[in-house]
Design a protein around this ligand. Structure first.
Ligand SMILES: [Zn+2]
Length: 278
């Protein structure tokens, strides 16, 4: 069905404007969009840009989710996804994972990490872990040395991070700079932050200019990963450019998104209200 989102002529024209790298237009057939997506209450709201993770202080920068809409089902306009185990699940500021969701196939990929010892964030779901191993091996053949920094993040750990921020800085501040539990894509077990020695293993935008970052941008899709928060798409994803954040979706979808240079929000018709016209 998802192929129709790009292929079919549209009842709903989604015009993606305002991206720094020009504009894109997608024709989307409304009937091809899953009902839970169509139910998303889309309220006009300025899209702000955040860095959802700052591993240095374990604070994930995010905006509050409860200002976005007035979804009648839960009163705060937030959709709880019904397919958390799908490799195609879309998690963002409007769409959260169930509170008790934890993947049951988490494993530690056999790749270099930026730190030693056990930590839950070494884990990925098995299909993503195997794909990451292949990606790292391919990079090594090019003389590029990637390291994994942060993968799975449990709801509980995100809650601790968020609550610590609330206690330290107040709820208003926390809502601006810490992801609410359930809204981190890392809880899916399908996301891994990677870096390289050339940027001292930091998660910073200049990683995108390194040979490793450039190679990832060009080749990650071949292994089923996308750069989830690409440059120039902040108003669509709600997140600043994160050349380090890899999201596993499987090769087919990753390649399709790469070839069309679209984000998950664009591909699945989950754009902010101001981007939609009929
Ligand atoms: Zn990340």
């Amino acid at each position: 069905m998802r192929k129709n989102l790009l292929a079919a002529g549209g009842l709903v024209l989604l015009s993606v404007l305002g991206a720094c790298q020009g504009s894109t237009q997608l024709d989307v057939t409304a009937s091809s969009i899953p009902q839970n997506i169509m139910d998303l209450e889309k309220k006009r709201k300025p899209v702000q840009t955040f860095y959802p993770e700052d591993e240095a202080n374990e604070v994930s920068k995010d905006e509050t989710g409860n200002e976005i809409g007035e979804d009648e089902s839960d009163g705060d306009g937030i959709i709880t996804v019904t397919d958390p185990e799908s490799v195609e699940v879309v998690v963002n500021k409007q769409r959260k994972l169930p509170e008790n969701y934890k993947p049951d196939d988490l494993v530690v990929p056999d790749v270099p990490f930026s730190f030693d010892g056990w930590n839950e964030k070494k884990q990925l779901r098995e299909p993503a872990a195997r794909a990451l191993e292949q990606l790292f091996q391919a990079a090594e053949k090019e003389g590029l040395h990637l390291v994994a920094v942060s993968g799975f993040r449990s709801f509980e750990r995100q809650q601790i991070i968020y609550n610590n921020n609330v206690n330290a800085n107040g709820e208003e501040h926390a809502n601006q700079f810490s992801a609410r539990p359930g809204h981190s894509e890392h809880q899916t077990g399908l996301a891994m932050d990677v870096s390289s020695a050339t940027v001292s293993f930091h998660l910073i935008q200049s990683f995108g200019e390194t040979p490793e970052g450039k190679w990832l941008n060009d080749h990650a899709h071949e292994f089923g990963f996308i750069i989830r928060y690409p440059e120039g798409k902040s108003e669509i994803t709600g997140y600043a450019y994160e050349p380090w954040h890899l999201r596993f979706t499987g090769k087919e979808l990753a390649t399709e998104m790469y070839n069309n240079q679209v984000t998950m929000e664009e591909f699945f018709g989950l754009l902010p209200e101001e981007e939609v016209s009929e």
